[in-house]
Design a protein around this ligand. Sequence first.
Ligand code: HEC
Length: 241
Amino acid sequence: MFTKLKLSLYFIAIAMSELMMVLKRHSQNYRSVKMNRNLSGILSKLLASASLLAASAVFAAGNTSAEQSQYLEESRKVAQEFMQTLGGALKKQLALGGAESAIGVCKEIAPALANEYSKNGRVVKRVSLKNRNPVQGVPDAWEQNVLAGFDLAQQQSKPLSGMEVSTVRDEADGRWFRYMKAIPTQAMCLQCHGQPSDISEGVRALLLKEYPQDKAVGYSEGQVRGAISIKRLLEVAPATN
Ligand code: HEC
């Protein structure tokens, strides 16, 4: 019974996401049509909630559910290990040398860890609606929807710890298992991601130099800083001529 409900929510989410794309295209063509924009805003909120509700409707399509629950377990483990290793290194460097010296840890270790975990058909990244890393940090369309859903859930005071979404999606290049886990902003993150008053001048200058396109500031404790996103290719799309 629950599975059925979750599956229907999943399909509603997909239908709404398609509708959104049509509306978006439409409102791009007719920028003056305000109503469409409003409607599209409401729909994105609905879509975000539906994606979250459908979070555990993991296996609507694709390979056997045994395989998929294995991928889910594996993704949870990778996400946890990744965040623990990075968090540990960051904390240590903050204590040893302060925030300015810890920028290097984030810049070097985060992408290195992401590469290390990206193997055997798996891709691991950290993404954000306000990214700092100009390459790995940019979310794709599905990730944007999930991140918007995380934000909405946080605004509704849902606990962020353990907040995750997983699904199977047919994309242009094939069928993917997708997983995302919310990354909450903690107090110690504010030294580099907080309001201007939280960030020292030295850190601000270094960030500006290393990340001239930086969007990852202005956060408060308890907000969603971003998510760890893991995907695994299940099936390559058949070649089309
Ligand atoms: C010492 C400064 C510093 C601190 C403290 C810090 N970060 Fe970052 N953060 C960075 C830098 C630099 C990057 C870009 C790393 C890269 O190039 O991949 C980054 C990137 C990220 C990203 C990847 C998405 C993006 O914006 O590109 C996430 C998620 C993130 N940080 C979360 C956190 C969280 C959560 C905390 C607290 C537990 C934290 N950070 C603390 C400097 C910091």
